[in-house]
Ligand binder design. Structure first.
Ligand code: PMP
Length: 432
């Protein structure tokens, strides 16, 4: 048996089958540097998906590696019972880039736990226990977070977590009100929040939660004005506005540090993870001191705020500020978007190209009139990208949206190379 067959049979035998690798023949990654990764056979790939938008300053970023290695040799674990310098440093760096009054953080080991903490925080602060989310959202894999998630394939149980309600997806490409969808539709989408509060809750919701750019749902950017209106509505009913920045945070959306800042909304609570520590397992919930004060019961996390993870977060945030990643995401995002729009002109089945900064997606459709989702094409494109030595992601309700989200330090020549490979992958499909 070859080495890769051995590894794959180990995966099949010992890992839960629900953990499904992306490709027909799963890719076994072995090494990475910057935006490049190598498989076990030494084949190189340009990684424009960054382990789901997570290696935000590049695989094995030397500064992050150095700080983690140094910390590993000094002190590897404490639990939150003790104070550590790396945790204080990471939290103060986070507070310095977070919008408005958000300055107090609880660190977790994943995005899911950050979401759990955000919802608990909102319940504790308001003394209420109903929460409104968006259809097609993704918020995590725990019992509560998978119920808050509204993509059926990511909701394993029929049992419902109480108090969760979902409202209409503010989805411009499939806007039922007007095409092209614009700011005038935002009010109509937002009306559904008020309808749901009035009809399916006790009228006293604890919070509204939204991804500022919907990730797993297919890189959906709500129409201008929607999130601002959503915040006004939830606040008029005494609830909090929670922004899920797990994918869209840390400069990813361009210009600003967090996706929600494009909407002129100061969230009451933000949940973050992924890009925060360049791949070290870190999630975070940040809020204002006034709201944080409402959590009076004790809380603890054995691994949350772990010194090595915190060294990774502090180092990643340091690189992000030094390199001005929001600005880089704007410039390189523009370059990527321009190239993708040119491909849309050539291929009928690319129905929509959208996103913000370096979080860009292509929605594939059977035809542009009916806009029937085209998951088979998306799957084929994913595979042909792999043949061209390019890693991209997939998403959308029907797995018909190709997602791109490289390291925020990606350079112009690397984007150019990525576009060349992506173009070749599109042509490869036509030739079949
Ligand atoms: N929120 C969003 C927007 C996400 O994309 C994800 C992960 N895909 C999560 C929460 C959950 O994060 P994790 O997988 O780290 O638990």
């Amino acid at each position: 048996m070859s080495h890769d067959q051995e590894v794959l049979s180990g995966q099949a035998e010992f890992i839960l089958p629900a953990v499904r690798p992306l490709y027909e023949k799963p890719l076994i990654l072995h090494k990475g540097q910057g935006v490049w990764v190598k498989d076990v056979n030494g084949r190189e790939y340009l990684d424009l998906f960054a382990g789901i938008l997570t290696t935000s300053v590049g695989h094995c970023n030397p500064h992050v590696v150095a700080r983690m290695t140094d910390q590993l040799g000094k002190l590897g674990h404490t639990s939150t019972l003790y104070v550590t310098e790396p945790q204080v440093e990471a939290s103060s760096r986070l507070a310095s880039i977070a919008p408005g009054k958000l300055s107090q953080t609880f660190f977790t080991n994943s995005g899911t736990e950050a979401i759990e903490s955000a919802i608990q925080m909102a319940f504790l602060h308001t003394g209420r226990s109903e929460v409104i989310g968006l259809r097609q959202s993704y918020h995590g894999r725990s019992f509560m977070a998978s119920n808050l998630t509204a993509v059926s394939s990511w909701r394993p149980l029929a049992t419902s977590f109480p108090g969760i309600k979902h409202v209409q997806t503010p989805y411009p490409y499939r806007c039922p009100y007007k095409q092209p969808c614009d700011a005038s539709c935002a009010e109509k989408f937002a009306n559904d929040i008020e309808d749901v509060i009035r009809t399916t809750t006790n009228g006293k919701p604890a919070a509204f939660i939204a991804e500022s750019v919907m990730g797993v749902g297919g890189y959906i950017v709500p129409p201008p004005g929607y999130l601002k209106r959503a915040a006004e509505i939830i606040r008029s009913y005494g609830g909090l506005f929670i922004s899920d920045e797990v994918q869209s945070g840390f400069g990813r959306s361009g210009t600003h540090w967090f996706g929600i800042e494009h909407s002129e909304v100061e969230p009451d609570i933000m949940a973050m993870a992924k890009g925060i520590a360049n791949g070290a397992p870190v999630g975070a919930m940040i809020t204002s001191p006034e709201i944080a004060e409402s959590w009076q019961a004790k809380t603890i996390s054995t691994f949350g705020g772990n010194p090595i993870s915190m060294a990774a977060a502090a180092a990643t945030l340091e690189v992000m500020v030094d390199e001005d990643v929001p600005q880089r995401a704007t410039v390189q995002g523009e370059q990527l978007l321009t190239g993708l729009l040119q491909l849309k002109d050539q291929f009928e089945w690319i129905g929509d190209v959208r996103g913000r900064g370096l979080m860009l997606g292509l929605e594939l459709v059977e035809d542009r009139e009916e806009k029937k989702p085209f998951p088979a094409k998306a799957q084929a494109l994913l595979e042909s990208c792999k043949n061209q030595g390019l890693l991209v992601g997939i998403g959308g309700l029907y797995s018909h949206v190709i997602r791109l989200g490289p390291s925020l330090l990606v350079t112009a020549p690397e984007i150019e190379e990525g576009l060349k490979r992506f173009g070749r992958a599109c042509h490869e499909l036509e030739e079949r």
